[in-house]
Design a protein around this ligand. Structure first.
Ligand SMILES: [Zn+2]
Length: 69
């Protein structure tokens, strides 16, 4: 089972470490979650008090909605 970060679209391993240097096209069969890189970015934004939702919007989930409906 492949895992793909829903935020940056990079493949990751089962502990959330990104394993592809660049984003890859969305893999429908993959499990989607947040990689460590995006998790850290999200945390930094939250700590700095900037708008976390700007970062936390998953690209893949948006694609899901627009392609299914
Ligand atoms: Zn990511």
């Amino acid at each position: 089972m492949q895992r793909q970060c829903a935020w940056c679209l990079r493949l990751m391993d089962n502990i959330g470490e990104p394993i592809s240097p660049i984003p890859v096209p969305k893999i429908y069969k993959a499990t989607h979650g947040m990689c460590k890189t995006c998790g850290n970015l999200w945390l930094e934004q939250a700590i700095q008090g900037t708008e976390p939702h700007a970062v936390a919007r998953p690209l893949v989930l948006d694609a899901h909605i627009s392609s299914q409906y």
